[in-house]
Design a protein around this ligand. Sequence first.
Ligand SMILES: *[C@@H]1O[C@H](CO)[C@@H](O)[C@H](O)[C@H]1NC(C)=O
Ligand SMILES: *[C@@H]1O[C@H](CO)[C@@H](O)[C@H](O)[C@H]1NC(C)=O
Ligand SMILES: *[C@@H]1O[C@H](CO)[C@@H](O)[C@H](O)[C@H]1NC(C)=O
Ligand SMILES: [Zn+2]
Length: 417
Amino acid sequence: MLTKVIFASCLVFWINYFAVILAEDPNMTRALELMSEVPLIDGHNDLPWQFRKKFNNELNKVDLHTLETTHTNIPKIKQGRLGAQFWSAYVPCETQDKDAVRQTLEQIDVVHRMCQKYPETFMFATSSKDIMDAFSMNKTASLIGVEGGHSIDSSLGTLRMMYQLGVRYLTLTHSCNTPWADNWLVDTGSEPSQHNGLSPFGKQLIVEMNRLGMLIDLAHVTVTVMNQVLDMSEAPVIFSHSSAYSICPHKRNVPDDVLRRVNETRGIVMVNFYNDYVTCSKTAKLKDVADHFDHIKKVAGASIIGFGGDYDGVTRVPEGLEDVSKVPGLVAELLRRGWTDEEVKAALGNNLLRVLAEVEKVRDSLKAKTPDDVPIPYDEVKNPCRTSIGYANTGDLHSLSTLVILLAAALQACVTA
Ligand SMILES: *[C@@H]1O[C@H](CO)[C@@H](O)[C@H](O)[C@H]1NC(C)=O
Ligand SMILES: *[C@@H]1O[C@H](CO)[C@@H](O)[C@H](O)[C@H]1NC(C)=O
Ligand SMILES: *[C@@H]1O[C@H](CO)[C@@H](O)[C@H](O)[C@H]1NC(C)=O
Ligand SMILES: [Zn+2]
């Protein structure tokens, strides 16, 4: 009996003790205050991929209030104070040259349907203004990023239509080369380089993305592609879910010289929480993620940092960052490490808002420019699932105009002769 009483009072004591710690951690209190002033904007979440994998996109069968098998659900979103999310419209590389476009459209559709199904929680968003409007209504601004250039099937028309459907970033590659860009696996040596970075069509695409107002995402590409895009893009770039190479030398991470260039060009690196990219091992802790934040701040400044958790896209996440509800703990850790309020607010959302606003400004400044309608050369995309319709005609036209030029030259020769 006595032991029971002692046990019970000990339990009460410990529960109270921890409640006091939680309530009175001044850094956590401050973190939550800052998160009520500036939206936490996360660069990459694969919940739509979980809808595909677990439910074949039958969202009617899903209750996002109670779904427990994912990193992301509505109670976790509320607890984590998720202000805005780029939901990933990801389809695997095995769809390349097959049904990638259809599958990507279905992922875009499932994000739209999620927003329609839970209008109290989500607001579909496509601009920096939308993000702030959603935040003021206490809703999670929901943007779309397409993860992997294979999703546009080497077609600028498809890119433009995806923009019209609300897509606001394109990750140039996933973990496979496209017919116009090399992916990070080339840097590991496990895949050969096909383009030494970007092909001429890849460069056309960058110019067109600037014109459209589509964010260029350099997560997943080779360092050569990173530098080529930094050389030529008129607008700042993003890394939607990448960490610091100096802390964990994984080729998915960003080397210091690129971090510095991102600062020079006013872009953003949104830190990935995947254990394998955080510690280069299977395990990691919240403090290890904070080390990436500290390092990027030291090398390139707090104005290029953001959050890119990669929740529901990875299988191993750090202790202390188990799901989207835990992010305030990381914000508190940054305060504990001496980050100023302004630095924390920059990382939370102000940096991404600046980048998005700048991309919108570049788009507006290029309004008079005509869309690029020069297709990728047929030889570069020839495969059994692709017809050459259209190419044949332009080919005929080309030979026709060549003929005209030749005739004219011959005529001229006759006249002068
Ligand atoms: C915003 O959402 C939080 C979390 O659900 C809630 O506690 C708060 O009352 C809401 N505020 C407004 C203004 O709706
Ligand atoms: C970032 O770039 C700005 C110029 O845009 C420069 O003033 C600043 O020193 C840079 N920060 C770091 C840490 O290099
Ligand atoms: C909060 O962080 C500051 C450093 O900014 C530190 O001095 C203080 O001890 C921290 N408080 C707690 C409860 O961790
Ligand atoms: Zn990824």
